[in-house]
Design a protein around this ligand. Structure first.
Ligand code: PLP
Length: 402
Protein backbone atom coordinates (compact mmCIF):
# COMPACT_ATOMS: atom_id res chain seq x y z
CA UNK A 1 0.00 0.00 0.00
CA UNK A 2 1.35 3.44 -0.85
CA UNK A 3 0.96 6.47 1.35
CA UNK A 4 -0.56 9.50 -0.34
CA UNK A 5 0.26 13.08 0.50
CA UNK A 6 -3.38 13.67 1.34
CA UNK A 7 -2.66 12.94 5.01
CA UNK A 8 -2.10 16.15 6.91
CA UNK A 9 -0.38 15.99 10.29
CA UNK A 10 -3.15 16.34 12.83
CA UNK A 11 -3.06 19.57 14.79
CA UNK A 12 -5.14 19.40 17.94
CA UNK A 13 -6.29 22.63 19.51
CA UNK A 14 -7.20 23.02 23.19
CA UNK A 15 -10.78 23.91 24.04
CA UNK A 16 -11.27 27.62 24.71
CA UNK A 17 -11.96 26.99 28.39
CA UNK A 18 -8.44 25.64 28.97
CA UNK A 19 -6.41 27.35 26.23
CA UNK A 20 -4.96 30.13 28.40
CA UNK A 21 -4.02 27.82 31.30
CA UNK A 22 -0.51 26.72 32.24
CA UNK A 23 0.14 23.69 34.46
CA UNK A 24 -0.49 24.30 38.18
CA UNK A 25 2.50 26.16 39.69
CA UNK A 26 3.69 23.26 41.87
CA UNK A 27 3.55 20.84 38.91
CA UNK A 28 6.05 23.05 37.04
CA UNK A 29 8.14 23.62 40.16
CA UNK A 30 8.47 19.87 40.76
CA UNK A 31 9.89 19.47 37.26
CA UNK A 32 12.35 22.32 37.75
CA UNK A 33 13.55 20.97 41.10
CA UNK A 34 13.94 17.45 39.67
CA UNK A 35 16.14 18.90 36.96
CA UNK A 36 18.28 20.91 39.43
CA UNK A 37 18.70 17.80 41.59
CA UNK A 38 19.66 15.77 38.55
CA UNK A 39 22.48 18.29 38.04
CA UNK A 40 23.67 17.45 41.58
CA UNK A 41 22.25 20.55 43.33
CA UNK A 42 21.09 20.16 46.92
CA UNK A 43 17.65 21.77 47.22
CA UNK A 44 15.67 22.34 50.42
CA UNK A 45 11.96 22.74 49.84
CA UNK A 46 9.82 24.87 52.09
CA UNK A 47 7.37 25.73 49.35
CA UNK A 48 4.45 23.28 49.26
CA UNK A 49 2.05 22.60 52.15
CA UNK A 50 2.36 18.83 52.15
CA UNK A 51 2.73 17.52 55.74
CA UNK A 52 6.08 15.75 56.14
CA UNK A 53 4.96 13.90 59.29
CA UNK A 54 2.94 10.68 58.99
CA UNK A 55 -0.52 10.01 60.42
CA UNK A 56 -0.65 8.22 63.79
CA UNK A 57 0.23 4.50 63.58
CA UNK A 58 -3.31 3.38 64.48
CA UNK A 59 -4.62 5.10 61.32
CA UNK A 60 -2.12 3.29 59.10
CA UNK A 61 -3.00 0.03 60.89
CA UNK A 62 -6.69 0.59 60.10
CA UNK A 63 -5.81 0.92 56.40
CA UNK A 64 -3.79 -2.29 56.48
CA UNK A 65 -6.48 -4.26 58.31
CA UNK A 66 -9.23 -3.04 56.01
CA UNK A 67 -7.19 -3.86 52.90
CA UNK A 68 -6.87 -7.50 54.09
CA UNK A 69 -10.62 -7.98 53.67
CA UNK A 70 -11.47 -9.60 50.36
CA UNK A 71 -14.68 -7.62 50.05
CA UNK A 72 -12.86 -4.24 50.19
CA UNK A 73 -11.32 -4.27 46.71
CA UNK A 74 -14.30 -3.51 44.50
CA UNK A 75 -15.88 -0.15 43.65
CA UNK A 76 -17.06 1.73 46.72
CA UNK A 77 -20.13 3.96 46.92
CA UNK A 78 -19.61 7.27 45.11
CA UNK A 79 -19.13 10.07 47.62
CA UNK A 80 -18.01 7.67 50.35
CA UNK A 81 -19.58 4.93 52.49
CA UNK A 82 -22.25 5.86 55.03
CA UNK A 83 -19.87 4.96 57.89
CA UNK A 84 -17.47 7.69 56.71
CA UNK A 85 -20.24 10.29 56.47
CA UNK A 86 -21.42 9.30 59.92
CA UNK A 87 -17.89 9.67 61.33
CA UNK A 88 -17.66 13.14 59.75
CA UNK A 89 -21.02 14.10 61.29
CA UNK A 90 -19.86 12.90 64.71
CA UNK A 91 -16.57 14.76 64.32
CA UNK A 92 -18.45 18.00 63.41
CA UNK A 93 -20.73 17.53 66.39
CA UNK A 94 -17.85 16.90 68.79
CA UNK A 95 -15.49 19.54 67.43
CA UNK A 96 -17.89 22.35 66.41
CA UNK A 97 -21.25 21.43 68.00
CA UNK A 98 -22.75 21.38 64.49
CA UNK A 99 -25.53 18.90 63.61
CA UNK A 100 -25.42 17.45 60.08
CA UNK A 101 -27.45 14.72 58.44
CA UNK A 102 -24.86 12.22 57.12
CA UNK A 103 -27.02 11.13 54.17
CA UNK A 104 -27.97 14.49 52.72
CA UNK A 105 -25.46 16.98 54.09
CA UNK A 106 -22.08 15.25 53.79
CA UNK A 107 -20.16 14.06 50.75
CA UNK A 108 -16.77 12.32 50.67
CA UNK A 109 -14.27 13.77 48.19
CA UNK A 110 -10.99 12.68 46.57
CA UNK A 111 -9.29 15.43 48.59
CA UNK A 112 -11.12 18.71 49.08
CA UNK A 113 -9.46 20.24 45.98
CA UNK A 114 -11.72 18.05 43.89
CA UNK A 115 -14.89 19.44 45.49
CA UNK A 116 -13.66 23.04 45.33
CA UNK A 117 -13.23 22.69 41.59
CA UNK A 118 -16.62 21.03 41.11
CA UNK A 119 -18.51 23.73 42.99
CA UNK A 120 -18.04 26.26 40.18
CA UNK A 121 -19.02 23.65 37.59
CA UNK A 122 -22.34 22.97 39.34
CA UNK A 123 -23.31 26.56 40.18
CA UNK A 124 -21.84 28.91 37.59
CA UNK A 125 -23.03 29.78 34.09
CA UNK A 126 -20.85 31.75 31.67
CA UNK A 127 -20.98 35.44 32.61
CA UNK A 128 -21.88 34.85 36.28
CA UNK A 129 -19.62 36.41 38.87
CA UNK A 130 -17.46 34.50 41.35
CA UNK A 131 -16.01 36.44 44.30
CA UNK A 132 -12.45 35.33 44.98
CA UNK A 133 -10.02 36.41 47.71
CA UNK A 134 -6.69 37.75 46.47
CA UNK A 135 -4.29 36.32 47.56
CA UNK A 136 -6.13 33.01 47.60
CA UNK A 137 -5.85 29.29 46.90
CA UNK A 138 -5.57 29.20 43.07
CA UNK A 139 -8.36 26.64 42.54
CA UNK A 140 -11.14 29.14 43.37
CA UNK A 141 -10.20 31.36 40.44
CA UNK A 142 -9.19 28.60 38.02
CA UNK A 143 -12.39 26.62 38.53
CA UNK A 144 -14.47 29.78 38.07
CA UNK A 145 -12.65 30.67 34.85
CA UNK A 146 -13.09 27.16 33.47
CA UNK A 147 -16.83 27.47 34.18
CA UNK A 148 -16.86 30.76 32.21
CA UNK A 149 -17.21 33.05 35.24
CA UNK A 150 -16.20 36.64 35.56
CA UNK A 151 -13.82 36.77 38.53
CA UNK A 152 -14.20 39.65 40.98
CA UNK A 153 -11.18 39.86 43.29
CA UNK A 154 -11.45 40.71 46.97
CA UNK A 155 -8.09 42.02 48.23
CA UNK A 156 -6.79 40.54 51.48
CA UNK A 157 -4.37 42.98 53.06
CA UNK A 158 -2.75 43.42 56.45
CA UNK A 159 -4.83 46.61 56.87
CA UNK A 160 -8.10 44.63 56.73
CA UNK A 161 -6.70 41.69 58.79
CA UNK A 162 -6.72 39.62 55.59
CA UNK A 163 -10.53 39.59 55.58
CA UNK A 164 -12.42 40.66 52.43
CA UNK A 165 -14.36 43.91 52.71
CA UNK A 166 -17.82 42.69 51.72
CA UNK A 167 -19.26 46.23 51.93
CA UNK A 168 -16.96 47.30 49.11
CA UNK A 169 -18.55 44.92 46.58
CA UNK A 170 -20.66 46.97 44.12
CA UNK A 171 -24.36 46.01 44.14
CA UNK A 172 -24.43 45.07 40.45
CA UNK A 173 -21.52 42.65 41.02
CA UNK A 174 -23.12 41.22 44.18
CA UNK A 175 -26.39 40.68 42.31
CA UNK A 176 -24.59 38.55 39.71
CA UNK A 177 -22.40 36.65 42.20
CA UNK A 178 -22.99 32.92 42.47
CA UNK A 179 -20.18 32.01 44.90
CA UNK A 180 -18.27 33.90 47.59
CA UNK A 181 -15.09 32.00 48.48
CA UNK A 182 -13.69 32.20 52.01
CA UNK A 183 -10.83 30.27 53.60
CA UNK A 184 -9.94 30.50 57.31
CA UNK A 185 -7.46 29.65 58.73
CA UNK A 186 -6.12 31.08 55.52
CA UNK A 187 -3.69 29.88 52.90
CA UNK A 188 -1.41 31.68 52.14
CA UNK A 189 -1.64 34.40 54.83
CA UNK A 190 -2.17 32.30 58.00
CA UNK A 191 -4.95 34.74 58.99
CA UNK A 192 -8.05 33.69 60.95
CA UNK A 193 -11.70 34.76 61.00
CA UNK A 194 -14.19 34.82 63.86
CA UNK A 195 -17.88 33.96 63.92
CA UNK A 196 -18.84 37.65 63.64
CA UNK A 197 -17.16 37.83 60.25
CA UNK A 198 -18.82 34.58 59.18
CA UNK A 199 -22.22 35.99 60.25
CA UNK A 200 -21.64 38.96 58.00
CA UNK A 201 -20.72 36.72 55.08
CA UNK A 202 -23.87 34.63 55.60
CA UNK A 203 -25.96 37.81 55.66
CA UNK A 204 -24.37 38.73 52.31
CA UNK A 205 -25.21 35.27 50.94
CA UNK A 206 -28.86 35.57 52.01
CA UNK A 207 -29.22 39.10 50.65
CA UNK A 208 -27.76 38.30 47.22
CA UNK A 209 -28.76 34.63 46.87
CA UNK A 210 -25.05 33.76 46.68
CA UNK A 211 -23.50 30.53 47.96
CA UNK A 212 -20.91 31.04 50.69
CA UNK A 213 -18.18 28.45 50.16
CA UNK A 214 -15.89 28.10 53.14
CA UNK A 215 -12.72 26.15 52.49
CA UNK A 216 -11.55 24.96 55.91
CA UNK A 217 -8.76 22.36 55.75
CA UNK A 218 -6.71 24.02 58.53
CA UNK A 219 -9.26 24.18 61.36
CA UNK A 220 -7.27 21.65 63.42
CA UNK A 221 -3.82 23.07 62.81
CA UNK A 222 -3.80 25.81 65.42
CA UNK A 223 -1.20 27.25 67.82
CA UNK A 224 -1.08 28.62 71.37
CA UNK A 225 -4.48 27.19 72.31
CA UNK A 226 -6.40 28.87 69.46
CA UNK A 227 -9.41 26.85 68.17
CA UNK A 228 -10.60 27.74 64.70
CA UNK A 229 -14.38 27.79 64.18
CA UNK A 230 -16.43 26.25 61.37
CA UNK A 231 -18.68 28.66 59.46
CA UNK A 232 -21.45 26.10 60.04
CA UNK A 233 -21.48 27.09 63.72
CA UNK A 234 -23.40 30.25 62.79
CA UNK A 235 -27.14 29.62 63.27
CA UNK A 236 -28.83 29.31 59.85
CA UNK A 237 -25.50 28.87 58.03
CA UNK A 238 -26.74 25.74 56.27
CA UNK A 239 -29.24 27.81 54.25
CA UNK A 240 -26.43 29.35 52.18
CA UNK A 241 -23.15 27.63 53.10
CA UNK A 242 -21.10 24.74 51.97
CA UNK A 243 -17.91 24.00 53.89
CA UNK A 244 -15.02 21.96 52.54
CA UNK A 245 -12.79 20.10 54.95
CA UNK A 246 -10.05 17.55 54.56
CA UNK A 247 -8.01 14.89 56.29
CA UNK A 248 -4.92 16.13 54.43
CA UNK A 249 -3.64 18.63 56.98
CA UNK A 250 -5.67 17.66 60.07
CA UNK A 251 -4.35 14.09 60.10
CA UNK A 252 -1.20 14.36 57.92
CA UNK A 253 -2.98 12.41 55.16
CA UNK A 254 -2.45 14.69 52.13
CA UNK A 255 -1.38 11.87 49.82
CA UNK A 256 -4.32 9.67 50.77
CA UNK A 257 -6.76 12.04 49.02
CA UNK A 258 -9.73 12.17 51.31
CA UNK A 259 -11.84 15.22 52.05
CA UNK A 260 -15.46 16.21 52.46
CA UNK A 261 -18.10 18.77 51.56
CA UNK A 262 -20.69 19.61 54.20
CA UNK A 263 -23.71 21.81 54.70
CA UNK A 264 -26.52 22.87 52.38
CA UNK A 265 -28.27 19.70 51.19
CA UNK A 266 -29.10 21.07 47.71
CA UNK A 267 -25.45 21.91 47.04
CA UNK A 268 -24.27 18.56 48.40
CA UNK A 269 -26.72 16.84 46.09
CA UNK A 270 -25.52 18.86 43.05
CA UNK A 271 -21.89 18.04 43.86
CA UNK A 272 -22.81 14.37 44.14
CA UNK A 273 -24.64 14.38 40.81
CA UNK A 274 -21.68 16.03 39.07
CA UNK A 275 -18.98 13.98 40.72
CA UNK A 276 -20.75 10.67 40.09
CA UNK A 277 -20.41 11.34 36.34
CA UNK A 278 -16.63 11.37 36.52
CA UNK A 279 -15.21 9.30 39.35
CA UNK A 280 -15.95 6.00 40.97
CA UNK A 281 -15.01 6.70 44.59
CA UNK A 282 -11.80 5.78 46.41
CA UNK A 283 -10.28 2.60 47.74
CA UNK A 284 -12.55 1.48 50.63
CA UNK A 285 -9.66 1.03 53.15
CA UNK A 286 -8.83 4.74 52.75
CA UNK A 287 -12.32 5.63 53.91
CA UNK A 288 -12.11 3.05 56.71
CA UNK A 289 -8.86 4.59 57.93
CA UNK A 290 -10.53 8.00 57.62
CA UNK A 291 -13.25 6.80 60.01
CA UNK A 292 -10.55 5.75 62.46
CA UNK A 293 -8.75 9.09 62.13
CA UNK A 294 -11.94 11.07 62.75
CA UNK A 295 -13.30 8.91 65.55
CA UNK A 296 -10.40 7.74 67.69
CA UNK A 297 -7.70 9.42 69.79
CA UNK A 298 -7.15 13.05 68.76
CA UNK A 299 -4.53 13.92 71.37
CA UNK A 300 -1.59 13.30 68.99
CA UNK A 301 -2.68 16.39 67.04
CA UNK A 302 -1.58 18.61 69.94
CA UNK A 303 1.97 17.22 69.78
CA UNK A 304 1.98 17.63 65.99
CA UNK A 305 0.81 21.24 66.31
CA UNK A 306 3.59 21.93 68.86
CA UNK A 307 6.09 20.71 66.25
CA UNK A 308 4.67 23.11 63.65
CA UNK A 309 4.74 25.92 66.19
CA UNK A 310 8.44 25.37 66.90
CA UNK A 311 9.15 25.42 63.15
CA UNK A 312 7.05 28.56 62.74
CA UNK A 313 9.17 30.36 65.32
CA UNK A 314 12.46 29.22 63.77
CA UNK A 315 11.41 30.70 60.43
CA UNK A 316 9.98 33.90 61.88
CA UNK A 317 13.13 34.66 63.89
CA UNK A 318 15.35 34.09 60.88
CA UNK A 319 13.40 35.98 58.25
CA UNK A 320 12.71 38.97 60.47
CA UNK A 321 16.46 39.25 61.13
CA UNK A 322 17.06 39.94 57.42
CA UNK A 323 14.26 42.42 56.87
CA UNK A 324 11.15 40.38 55.98
CA UNK A 325 7.94 41.57 57.63
CA UNK A 326 5.64 38.81 58.80
CA UNK A 327 2.85 38.47 61.32
CA UNK A 328 2.88 35.46 63.66
CA UNK A 329 0.22 33.11 62.25
CA UNK A 330 -2.12 31.61 64.88
CA UNK A 331 -3.00 28.66 62.60
CA UNK A 332 -2.32 26.81 59.30
CA UNK A 333 1.10 25.78 58.05
CA UNK A 334 2.45 28.90 56.36
CA UNK A 335 4.26 32.13 56.99
CA UNK A 336 3.28 34.99 54.74
CA UNK A 337 6.13 37.46 54.53
CA UNK A 338 6.60 40.78 52.79
CA UNK A 339 9.91 40.90 50.93
CA UNK A 340 12.58 43.20 52.39
CA UNK A 341 13.01 46.69 50.97
CA UNK A 342 14.54 46.68 47.52
CA UNK A 343 12.76 43.48 46.42
CA UNK A 344 9.39 43.55 44.70
CA UNK A 345 9.15 40.76 42.13
CA UNK A 346 8.35 37.62 44.13
CA UNK A 347 8.76 35.19 41.20
CA UNK A 348 12.20 36.62 40.34
CA UNK A 349 13.20 36.54 44.02
CA UNK A 350 12.15 32.88 44.47
CA UNK A 351 13.79 31.75 41.22
CA UNK A 352 17.10 33.31 42.23
CA UNK A 353 16.93 31.95 45.77
CA UNK A 354 16.28 28.48 44.37
CA UNK A 355 19.03 28.58 41.76
CA UNK A 356 21.68 30.44 43.77
CA UNK A 357 21.04 29.25 47.34
CA UNK A 358 19.27 25.90 46.81
CA UNK A 359 16.21 27.01 48.78
CA UNK A 360 12.69 26.80 47.41
CA UNK A 361 9.95 29.06 48.78
CA UNK A 362 6.72 30.10 47.10
CA UNK A 363 6.26 33.43 45.27
CA UNK A 364 3.23 35.30 46.60
CA UNK A 365 2.14 36.35 43.13
CA UNK A 366 0.89 32.85 42.31
CA UNK A 367 -1.94 33.53 44.78
CA UNK A 368 -3.05 36.71 43.00
CA UNK A 369 -1.86 40.21 42.22
CA UNK A 370 -2.17 41.28 45.88
CA UNK A 371 0.31 38.54 46.67
CA UNK A 372 3.02 40.32 44.70
CA UNK A 373 5.85 41.52 46.96
CA UNK A 374 5.22 38.59 49.34
CA UNK A 375 6.50 35.04 49.70
CA UNK A 376 5.01 32.02 51.45
CA UNK A 377 7.14 29.67 53.56
CA UNK A 378 5.73 26.32 54.61
CA UNK A 379 6.18 24.60 57.98
CA UNK A 380 6.41 21.10 56.51
CA UNK A 381 10.15 20.56 57.04
CA UNK A 382 11.94 19.23 60.14
CA UNK A 383 13.48 21.80 62.51
CA UNK A 384 17.10 20.71 61.87
CA UNK A 385 16.68 21.07 58.12
CA UNK A 386 14.84 24.35 58.57
CA UNK A 387 17.83 25.70 60.49
CA UNK A 388 20.02 24.90 57.47
CA UNK A 389 17.44 26.45 55.16
CA UNK A 390 17.39 29.64 57.21
CA UNK A 391 21.21 29.79 57.23
CA UNK A 392 21.11 29.58 53.42
CA UNK A 393 18.54 32.35 53.26
CA UNK A 394 20.45 34.66 55.61
CA UNK A 395 23.79 34.06 53.84
CA UNK A 396 22.21 34.70 50.44
CA UNK A 397 20.39 37.83 51.64
CA UNK A 398 23.68 39.19 52.99
CA UNK A 399 25.32 38.78 49.58
CA UNK A 400 22.49 40.85 48.07
CA UNK A 401 23.40 43.86 50.23
CA UNK A 402 26.97 44.10 48.91
C1 PLP B 1 -6.79 26.41 51.24
C2 PLP B 1 -6.66 25.03 50.73
N1 PLP B 1 -7.75 24.39 50.30
C3 PLP B 1 -7.70 23.14 49.83
C4 PLP B 1 -6.51 22.47 49.76
C5 PLP B 1 -6.48 21.08 49.16
O1 PLP B 1 -6.52 20.11 50.13
P1 PLP B 1 -6.80 18.58 49.76
O2 PLP B 1 -5.53 17.88 49.99
O3 PLP B 1 -7.91 18.18 50.70
O4 PLP B 1 -7.26 18.51 48.36
C6 PLP B 1 -5.33 23.10 50.17
C7 PLP B 1 -4.05 22.40 50.05
O5 PLP B 1 -2.99 22.93 50.24
C8 PLP B 1 -5.43 24.40 50.68
O6 PLP B 1 -4.34 25.06 51.10
Amino acid sequence: MTMTNNHLTPSFQPADRIASFKPYYFASLNRKIDSLRAQGKDIIRIDIGSPDLPPADFIVEALIESSKLKSHHGYGPNGGPFAFKQAVAQYYHRRFQVELDPSSQILGLIGSKEGLFHLSQVLVNPGDVVLVPDPGYPVYKASGLIAGAEIYSLPLTAENNFLPNLDSIPTDIANRAKILWLNYPNNPTGAIADLKFFEKAIEFGRKYNCVIAHDAPYTDVCFNGYKAPSILEVPGAQEVCVEFNSLSKTYNMAGWRVGMALGNAKIISLLHTYKSQLDTSQFTPIYDAGVTALSEDQSWLNDRNDIYQERRDIILNAIRSVGFQAETPPAAIYIWARLPEGFEDSMYFCNRLLEEAGLSITPGVIYGEHGEGFVRLSLCTAAEKLQIAMERLITWMNTQKN
